[in-house]
Ligand binder design. Sequence first.
Ligand code: HEM
Length: 403
Amino acid sequence: MSIVDAPFSLPAPREGCPFDPPPGYREPAPASRVSLWDGTPCWLLTAYQDVRTALTDRRFSADARHPGFPFLSPGRRELVTDKPSFLRLDDPEHSRLRRMLTTDFLIKRVDAMRPQIQRIVDERLDAMLALGSPVDLVAELALPVPSLVICDLLGVPYADHDFFQEQSRRLLDNAASADSVRQALDRLTGYLRELATAKRERFAGAGEELAEADGILAKLAVREDLTVAEVASNGLLLLLAGHETTANMTSLSTLALLRNPEQAERLRADPTLVRGAVEELLRYLTIVHTGLPRVALEDVELGGVAIAAGEGVLCMLATANRDEELFADGSALDVERDARRHLAFGFGVHQCLGQPLARAELQIILETLLRRLPALRLAIPFEEVDFRTDALIYGIRELPVAW
Ligand code: HEM
């Protein structure tokens, strides 16, 4: 244990291999007290077991309205509203809202979407090939595929993608000013409120089945136990989580495979490895890299330290997923490793709702990319790749590739 209370900037700068968590996340380990940008003290939990314990212990709250909640930047504090999405609510409200969506993301439901996802991937790849190399894989494939899929699921017009992708990027930029974040939040919320109101009017009295066929937003909008503000805030959570995460995982995974060609070869030689490979890439890359924030509601002993009521903790998934006790030689990418216990989707009641969808998308994209483009290569030197170090979700801004 070490108590440093040193100012700590998040995301911490990366050094050396851009796929490795920043050394600053690991240094005062396993549990250490740091002070955030505004002087708030906060505990960093970096060991696998401590992170898992904190994420299942009801004495820690995900509700940002509690005093002491750790905000990573002024922009993050700006996101606190009196109508949070269920990501920032505790039970029972959290599960009341989450339950309304569980059937939409069941493995069975997502498996039925696989042919449609495959079609979208093939169409985007055809369009990318027609452009001729080099192209930016982020703009042509990694971003459009999950965006098209989530728009279809939600019932949000994909024609508006320039608008919501740009606003989402600002919202998830940890370095953005409070004003910029507030503006992006207002615009996105306004957009979703308008859509929800229109759907509520259109499907009023039309029956649940018709609303459901239009998508998740209409299904929520016709519920009498939800306000338009609640529909909009949960719609926003899905829209944001539904495209930014998978898009960044796709581009980073592609780059990681190009950087480890022997791993890509193993996958190409045996495509049945793709499911396990996606778990390993989720572990190895851990794109939610700034730590899941929680605040202690009571005094808690954890990781050998005493965390007082009202103190924040950050559950560092990136270091937990490299914990050598669980993942031997964890800094190596090994597509044949059994990585299923990774925490890239979080753990406990808030564990990622969209994980079956994210898995299906990543499995289909990577298998198709490796099969259809056997000569895929990076079109710029690796050192020039522009990583999203400041974003809440780690990724790549552009990935120029050739084939
Ligand atoms: C929650 C990661 C894709 C929807 C989470 C959490 C993590 C995460 C770490 C937990 C947050 C916390 O406990 O504070 C990821 C990763 C993804 C991904 C790495 C892609 C590779 C998706 C997709 C969707 C989605 C595609 C849906 C369309 C959600 C929702 C929550 C969530 C709704 C909140 C769950 C709750 O609070 O009960 N995700 N996610 N995610 N994710 Fe994902």
